[in-house]
Write a protein that binds this ligand. Structure first.
Ligand code: GLU
Length: 283
C-alpha cells in the first residue's frame, strides 16, 4: 500500500473499525486494537520505525520488532484496518524521516520523532503521543557535568535530530559534537572512550542503559535539557490520515492500552514516563 490508498481507505476503514467496537469485538489487549477486520485483506501498510532503540523501536536478532513506538504503530494500524501481519516495518533513521515521508517510502512514521515547526514545513504530524526530555548518557561512576560544563565535553548525537540541533543552538554551543547516523554508533564511542557523553531523549538513553550487555556501564546524567513531543509523522497534506491517527491514539489512551505499553516497554528500564499528552496536531 502507498499513502494515497491509505488516505482513501482510512475513513471507511475507521467506520468499519468503530462498528466492530460497537459489536464488542475488541479484545482490549493492545495488540493492534480491533482493526483486524480483514477489510484491507491482501494489502500492506508501510510504517517507519527505529531498529536500534531498545524500549522504543528495536529489531531483535530473530527479526521481531518490539518497543513502545512499535506498539503505538501496531495499534494505529489496527484502527486503520491492518493486522500486525500486514505491516511492513521500514527502518527510518533520524536524518531520513522527512525525505522518506515526502518520497512516499512509508505511510507514516512512529520513531521517537519530535514535532517541530521546522519539520512541519515538510511533513505533518499527528499527536503528540509521548513526551520525553533530552539528557546525557555518561559512563557509570563519572561525574555528572553541570549545564555549563557540557561545553567542555566531546558529545555524540545523530545528524538530523533535535538533540544535535539543540546542542549547537543553545545547550552547549562550544562542545565538540560528533554527529553519527544512529545512537547505537554513539554508544560504541561512549564505551570505547572516544566520546564523553551521548545526548538525546532520556527515553532512548534509559533503554540503552538497561540493556543486559550494558548494565553497570552507563548512567543517565538526569539533566532535563528540554522536552521532546513525539508525533506520528505523515506526508504533508494527509490531513484525513492524520485525523484518523489522532483518533487511534486517543482510543489507545482511553482503553488503557497506552499505559500497558508504557509499563511493558519502559518498566524494565525504570523509566518514569510522563502521562499521555493532549493531542495538539489537529486541523
Ligand atoms: N526526538 C528527537 C528527534 O526527533 C531525538 C530522537 C531521534 O533522533 O529520533 O530528533
Amino acid at each position: 500500500m502507498r499513502l494515497r490508498k491509505a488516505t482513501a481507505l482510512a475513513a471507511s476503514v475507521l467506520a468499519l473499525s468503530l462498528a466492530a467496537t460497537a459489536c464488542g469485538s475488541d479484545d482490549g489487549d493492545g495488540d493492534g486494537g480491533d482493526g483486524g477486520t480483514g477489510s484491507n485483506a491482501g494489502e500492506s501498510i508501510s510504517i517507519g520505525i527505529k531498529y536500534d532503540q531498545p524500549g522504543l523501536g528495536l529489531k531483535t536478532p530473530d527479526g521481531e520488532f518490539v518497543g513502545f513506538d512499535v506498539d503505538v504503530a501496531t495499534f494505529i494500524a489496527g484502527e486503520l484496518g491492518y493486522e500486525p501481519s500486514q505491516i511492513d516495518w521500514v527502518e527510518s533513521p533520524s536524518g531520513d524521516r522527512e525525505t522518506m515521508l515526502s518520497r512516499g517510502d512509508v505511510d507514516f512514521i512512529v520513531a521517537s520523532y519530535s514535532i517541530t515547526d521546522e519539520r512541519k514545513e515538510q511533513v505533518d504530524f499527528a499527536g503528540p503521543y509521548f513526551i520525553a526530555n533530552q539528557d546525557l548518557l555518561i559512563r557509570a561512576g563519572e561525574s555528572v557535568p553541570d549545564e555549563e560544563a557540557i561545553n567542555d565535553l566531546n558529545l555524540c548525537s545523530v545528524g538530523g535530530s533535535t538533540s544535535a540541533a539543540k546542542v549547537k543552538e543553545n545547550i552547549a554551543p562550544d562542545a565538540d559534537l560528533i554527529e553519527l547516523a544512529t545512537y547505537s554508533e554513539c554508544l560504541t564511542g561512549l564505551e570505547n572512550g572516544t566520546v564523553d557523553a551521548l545526548t538525546t531523549d532520556d527515553s532512548i538513553l534509559a533503554g540503552y542503559a538497561a540493556q543486559e550487555q550494558n548494565v553497570g556501564k552507563f548512567e543517565l546524567a538526569g539533566l532535563a535539557l528540554g522536552p521532546e513531543h513525539y508525533g506520528v509523522g505523515v506526508p504533508k497534506g494527509e490531513t484525513e490520515l492524520r485525523d484518523d491517527i489522532n483518533a487511534a491514539i486517543t482510543k489507545m489512551v482511553d482503553e488503557g492500552a497506552w499505559d500497558e505499553a508504557v509499563e511493558a516497554n519502559f518498566g524494565p528500564a525504570n523509566y518514569n514516563a510522563e502521562p499521555a499528552p493532549e493531542i495538539t496536531e489537529t486541523s
